[in-house]
Design a binder for this molecule. Sequence first.
Ligand code: KIV
Length: 257
Amino acid sequence: MLPSDLIKYKEKSKKIIALTAWDSISGSIAEQANVDIVLVGDSLAMVCLGYKSTLPLTLENVIYHTNAVSRGFKKRIEEQPLLISDMPFLTYQCGEDKAVEYAGKIIQSTYAKAVKVEGAEPEIQKVISRLIRMGIPVMGHLGLTPQSYLNQGLRKQGESLESEERIKREASILEKLGCFSIVLEHIPELLAKEIKKNLTIPIIGIGAGNYCDGQVRVTADLLGLNDEQPPFCQPIIEGKNLFQDKLIKWVASQRLN
Ligand code: KIV
């Protein structure tokens, strides 16, 4: 699947489902679950590498993990999910030339077919526009943007009139710039609904209610593998407790032998 194929989902009102992955096992599990998109999100910094935020993640980390994820895919290439990689902090904030070089490296040395970029400040708009003109499809990301947590915290966004207007304005700018889709994170459901209605590109939500054109989740959150859970993601199993329990019992049983 190519990024431009996603628009057909919206036209047919078919929900788009995306999961994150960070290695071959999570990539394989997500693919076998029949998702449409696998995102190598920069959340891998916390989920897999033990950092406290996404900021320390490097370009090399993203390339390394994107390749690991795609090695986990088992389906025929035409049936594999669309693979998207996050642009890490500082790979697109330092100007258009650097952004093209770094996004180009991701596209050139992995099977990712697009990159995701947070925010829509005037500098970021120029970067997005240049990336797209240079042949690199871009997914936008608005609302809670974790790479800006030092400024905005990890609070829900779009709750004041000013913040709501800003997200609406930025979403429509991202569509005009040529983004093929936008992730909306941790914003009010009705705001996401309005943006989805007003835009032709698919809106993929996380903590943005049920009206979006699709949903994305951090797989480790969904499986309850992390110590801390974001308020907007209910785990479907208590994965960490489950695995820990089984392993504790197995280790104890081995000592008895
Ligand atoms: O890094 C990530 O996992 C993400 C999702 C929350 C969309 O950006």
